[in-house]
Design a protein around this ligand. Structure first.
Ligand code: ATP
Ligand code: MG
Length: 381
């Protein structure tokens, strides 16, 4: 029986399998190990993952993204209500009081619950794993944010059942990363020796999570966790988009807030620009053809400008780090290393804050994208 580990992220998913030779992350039908967390309903079918990505703009009303953080929450939850203006599709209240999406599917107006959409994504991950392993997959370990509530966990269990999966366990992201770190380390202290303490920082698309883990040979103990459940890469994209919205209104007399399609295009380009600014500090440009009213628009930003525009977000980064230090009472000399994972730890300013708080350069030896999935697969190996 094969057991599979899935990291279901707010932006993308990774799947890892335990084979005799070790842990392997597997690729989807596009030979990509990254499967976007997107479900697109069309007039004929449902597209999921990489195939749905092309629909984000052209079919935005029926393409569900950013749903990981909506599962297991009531429709009237303030977080859900806050999210709705950022989502280009129609969010509705289910008879159960939960979150649903109203879409056009197969030519008819249809409502899907967030659990159903989540289940569609999990079904896709199951098929990808089965294609790779060339045998049926039923048992999975799925990662969840360490701050997920019981209701969020229960809703995810239910979704995995709908997908025909037997979820052996929901594994906290932070523990999964710890396991992925420790498993192949040959030089960990013996069980009776002083443990090796490692800090893990994961800044993803929708959230930031931090943990301190003590390692001995064959043993891992989570000393503490902390988080900012509402700080991730997407917040930076939105800040940049707000900046360009004002800029374009002045220079091109177009109001992007009145056009959802243009809004998604701007956000997509801001994410690209943000990534470019992680490896370049000079002035980088953003160009969008036929943005609104047949006008081509362009703008630019330097890394310094990015940091200024996102200052209030950057100010939040050190809070969970400092809380973890306070809670675990770890001193600099007690910490062996700080390991960073998650796409948004690639932002230089984020890295600088981590360096400053812990007094050491973070180490990037772990696979920032795949560590969580690998840890989940190890859990069941
Ligand atoms: P979450 O953990 O919140 O559920 P996720 O696991 O899907 O989300 P990740 O894949 O860890 O998220 O990270 C995705 C985020 O990282 C996106 O916001 C993306 O823009 C950002 N990112 C990826 N590469 C870079 C880069 N080079 N510079 C800045 N940001 C980056
Ligand atoms: Mg993640």
């Amino acid at each position: 029986m094969s057991v599979v580990g899935c990291d279901v992220g707010n932006l993308s998913c990774f799947i890892a399998v335990a084979r005799q030779g070790g842990i392997e992350t597997v690729a989807n039908e596009y030979s990509d190990r990254n499967t976007p967390s997107i479900v697109s309903l069309t007039s004929k079918e449902r597209e999921i993952g990489s195939a749905a990505k092309s629909q984000i703009i052209s079919n935005f009303k029926n393409t569900i993204t950013n749903f990981k953080r909506l599962i297991g929450r009531p429709f009237n939850d303030p977080f859900v209500q806050n999210e709705i203006p950022n989502l280009p599709y129609k969010v509705v209240e289910m008879p159960s009081g939960g979150v649903g999406f109203q879409v056009m599917y197969g030519g008819e107006q249809t409502v899907f619950s967030v659990e159903q959409i989540y289940a569609m994504l999990l079904t896709k991950l199951k098929v990808i794993a089965e294609t790779n392993l060339k045998k049926p997959v039923n048992d999975v370990v799925i990662s969840v944010p360490s701050f997920y509530s019981d209701t969020e966990r229960r809703a995810l269990f239910a979704a995995s059942k709908v997908a025909g999966l037997h979820c052996l366990r929901l594994f906290n992201d932070t523990t999964a990363v710890g396991l992925a770190y420790g498993i192949y380390k040959q030089d960990l202290p013996a069980p009776e020796e002083k443990p090796r303490n490692v800090i893990f920082v994961d800044v993803g698309h929708s959230a930031m999570q931090v943990s301190a883990v003590a390692f001995n040979k064959g043993k891992l103990k989570v000393l503490g966790v902390s988080f900012d459940p509402y700080l991730g890469g997407r917040n930076f994209d939105r800040k940049m988009a707000e900046h360009f919205a004002v800029d374009f209104k002045q220079r091109y007399k177009v109001d992007v807030t009145t056009n959802k399609r243009a809004g998604i295009r701007l956000l997509t380009e801001c994410e690209k620009l943000k990534k470019t600014l992680s490896s370049n500090s000079g002035k980088m440009t953003l160009n969008i053809e036929c943005f609104m009213e047949d006008k081509d628009v362009s703008g630019s930003m330097t890394r310094a400008m990015f940091e200024e525009i996102c200052a209030d977000l950057l100010e939040r980064v050190d809070k969970p780090l400092k809380r973890l230090v306070e809670e675990t009472k770890l001193k600099k000399e007690d910490i062996y290393s700080v390991e960073i994972v998650g796409g948004s730890t690639r932002i230089p300013a984020v890295k600088a804050i981590i360096t400053q708080v812990f007094g050491m350069e973070p180490s990037t030896t772990m696979n920032a994208d795949e560590a969580v999935a690998r840890g989940c697969a190890l859990q069941c190996a």
